[in-house]
Write a protein that binds this ligand. Structure first.
Ligand SMILES: Nc1ncnc2c1ncn2[C@@H]1O[C@H](COP(=O)(O)OP(=O)(O)OP(=O)(O)O)[C@@H](O)[C@H]1O
Length: 258
């Protein structure tokens, strides 16, 4: 096991209250193990993205604090913090006038590196052919663009990856293959991954731990196996019911029943 596994994250009574009184995150405390894959699920508006963004300081908590390997994220400059954290979100912003290779290399250049071999390795990681390296983002499909975004997020070799609906806009086949690529990478490098998703099936299949949020609070915090076994409470089970029913209907079809 490499000793450079991802960092531990601790949320300590993290609350985010907006000026209009909305409590997006309500006194959340939890610890994320180094090198673990944690999914955040829950209804729209339950606070998933807000909680995720407290880690890279895109959101500053009203109360409480977030620690990475024991150090409060509010210490030091935000850009230094973000350099150590890969961040993937839906419709990731690529620079339209830069090529794929230049987009991926951007964080490396900010680090004073200009490493074409590294870009090629990152293209390989996200399963994109080298032939796309000289294209601009407009010359790619949506799924290819999202893969470039993932490659760019991984460029500085961060130990921590934050993903906010990373595959939401993708077709199911691309979604599955990119998801599997991330899972392989997470296991190989022991990355700490926090992934917000609307898709409970994706959470159950990719993550080792699933947090279910409701109205700013974590109402279930357990393993996929426990969720499948019916644990985690009503909110969690309502979310599990969807992929379960689909799986049962597909199994019935496979058996020739209607
Ligand atoms: N800048 C803001 N000002 C006021 N309220 C906000 C702001 N940003 C988010 N909120 C509110 O905070 C709550 C949590 O939002 P958040 O984006 O974290 O939810 P989410 O679970 O990620 O939702 P979704 O699945 O739809 O992305 C929502 O009620 C939202 O309207």
């Amino acid at each position: 096991m490499p000793d450079n596994s991802g960092p531990a994250i601790a949320f300590e009574r993290v609350t985010k209250r907006y000026a209009d009184g909305t409590i997006a995150v309500d006194a959340v405390s939890l610890a994320v193990e180094p090198g673990s894959f944690v999914a955040l699920v829950g209804a729209s508006g339950s606070g998933k993205s807000t909680l995720l963004k407290t880690v890279n300081r895109l959101v500053v908590p009203s109360e409480g604090r977030v620690l990475i390997d024991g150090v409060d994220v509010s210490e030091g400059a935000a850009w230094q913090l973000r350099r150590r954290i890969g961040y993937v979100f839906q419709n990731i912003g690529l620079f339209p006038h830069l090529t794929v290779a230049q987009n991926i290399a951007l964080p490396l250049r900010l680090d004073g590196r200009n490493d074409r071999a590294r870009v090629d390795a990152l293209l390989d990681t996200v399963e994109l052919p080298d032939s796309l390296a000289s294209r601009t983002p407009a010359e790619l499909s949506g799924g290819q663009r999202q893969r470039v975004g993932v490659a760019r997020a991984l460029a500085t070799d961060p130990g921590l990856l934050l993903m906010d609906e990373p595959f939401g806009a993708l077709d199911p086949v691309t979604r599955e293959s990119l998801g599997q690529a991330i899972v392989r990478l997470q296991r190989e490098r022991r990355l700490t991954v926090l992934m917000v998703t609307h898709d409970m099936a994706e959470a159950l299949l990719d993550a080792a731990r699933v947090l279910v949020m409701e109205r700013g609070r974590v109402v279930a915090d357990t393993t996929p196996a426990a969720l499948i076994a019916g644990e985690g409470g009503d909110t969690a089970q309502a979310l599990v019911a969807v992929p379960r029913a689909q799986a049962e209907r597909i199994a019935a079809l496979a058996r020739g029943q209607t």
